[in-house]
Design a protein around this ligand. Structure first.
Ligand code: ACO
Length: 377
């Protein structure tokens, strides 16, 4: 690496967007003009999708139409189900199954709106259906009644969720719907900029999200709290980790230099869940207590770094409280993020420029061809 290239593109502005803005120094996340704290806990998932796709909140009829479109696209084609069944028999990872499932959808010649509805709905259906199949259970198909998040919870858990559970998951999905030009969103924009179809763009985005540097690791954050077990063990456990130069999961962020605003939104959403009598309040108290000690110790061991709580810490707690196993965490992230990907595709199409950055050639020149018999090592 010569150091000339902006290899991570941090110094490159590659798009103009009205979808989200991440102010890492101040800890401010704006989603389509609203602060994340304002919109995420109040909007339904459908309202948020409409806002992202159309740039404003829907009226009652528009909301009804979008809800019906999502509900109508919920059942997967039979060839996708067969593919998921085969994947479950082979023990394929859930993110691989999601990528295969999305790729199996017809790109067809449906309108952008119809393709968007199919992809948003199918992402939730594939994640839930594969979870059921991988556990040796039948797929659950809810009726066509509107309510994307309620249906998703029904498909995953095979039971009717409470109002607070729906609200908690809806808040999570809204919170993670978009986050600047993250890797999967950029991948999606690069793909759609070639004028290909939405199915191809979303398939590529799922592949990018699967990577451990992007899809995040809420599972390890929760594992750390489980290993600690009780608050009186927290300080010595965390100190030992830091003394060994290990990282505390759920803390630190490449962009945020202050507390990730999404951590607070999810912390409040999880607390509401416990206050409504659902979930494990003792675990919630442990998570909050461990966070306090971790922040104090990070300040002590890394005083110049400003390492604060990130979104993963409370994502883990929220999804666990909804009864989700850790292998469902990253696929559930995709259930929210897919709407952001599609909104970016729509923006990219209207800006309409092929993305083709330059590169600096650092290899040899003027090499001479040698036949196989002349090549000596
Ligand atoms: N615990 C302890 N030390 C940390 C942590 C942490 N969680 N995060 C950063 N540091 C320290 C590093 O050890 C390093 O210290 P040093 O300079 O003394 O060697 C310093 O801070 C800088 O580390 P970088 O990796 O360069 O910082 P960056 O800001 O790029 O790191 C990252 C961001 C990768 C998220 C990091 O904070 C981390 O590994 N956190 C733990 C894993 C985690 O929670 N990941 C989820 C992130 S949220 C998301 O992806 C949606």
């Amino acid at each position: 690496m010569t150091g000339i290239a902006d290899a991570g593109l941090e110094r490159t502005i590659a798009a103009e967007t009205r979808l989200s803005d991440v102010q890492g120094q101040e800890g401010i996340l704006t989603l389509a003009g609203y602060s994340a704290e304002e919109i995420a806990p109040n909007a339904t998932f459908e309202e948020m999708v409409y806002l992202f796709l159309r740039g404003r909140l829907p009226d009652r009829t528009e909301l009804q139409d979008l809800s019906s479109a999502l509900a109508g696209a919920r059942e997967l084609p039979s060839h996708t189900i067969t593919l998921l069944q085969g994947a479950a028999e082979r023990g394929v990872e859930p993110m691989d199954a999601l990528r295969m499932g999305i790729a199996s959808l017809d790109s067809g010649d449906a309108s952008f709106e119809n393709q968007a509805a199919t992809l948003i709905s199918s992402t939730a259906s594939i994640v839930a259906a594969y979870h059921r199949l991988a556990g040796g259970n039948e797929i659950v198909w809810p009726d066509r009644e509107p309510g994307h998040v309620r249906s998703f919870l029904r498909m995953v858990n095979d039971s009717d969720p409470g109002k607070e559970q729906v609200r908690a998951l809806e808040t999570y999905l809204n919170t993670v719907m978009d986050h600047g030009l993250n890797a999967s969103t950029f991948a999606c924009r690069v793909i759609i900029a070639t004028n290909t179809d939405l199915v191809s763009a979303v398939t590529g985005a799922v592949g990018a999200l699967k990577g451990p540097l992007h899809g995040g690791a809420p599972g390890p954050a929760l594992d750390m709290v489980f290993e600690i077990g009780s608050l009186d063990r927290a300080e010595s456990y965390l100190r030992t980790k830091l003394e060994r130069g290990e990282r505390l999961m759920g803390f630190g962020h490449r962009v945020y230099r202050v507390r990730d605003p999404r951590a607070d939104i999810l912390s409040v959403a999880t607390r509401r869940l416990y206050e409504s009598g659902q979930g494990d309040e003792a675990l919630y108290q442990l998570v909050v207590g461990v966070e306090e000690i971790a922040l104090r110790l990070l300040e002590e061991y890394k005083p110049d770094r400003s390492i604060k709580t990130n979104v993963e810490y409370y994502t883990a707690l929220l999804l666990y409280s909804l009864g989700f196993p850790t292998e469902l965490f990253t696929p559930t992230f995709a259930v929210g993020r897919v709407a952001g990907w599609i909104a970016h595709c729509s923006e990219q199409r209207s800006n309409g420029r092929l993305i083709r950055p330059g590169s600096i050639y650092v290899g040899d020149r003027d090499r001479k061809w040698q036949g196989l018999e002349d090549r000596v090592r």
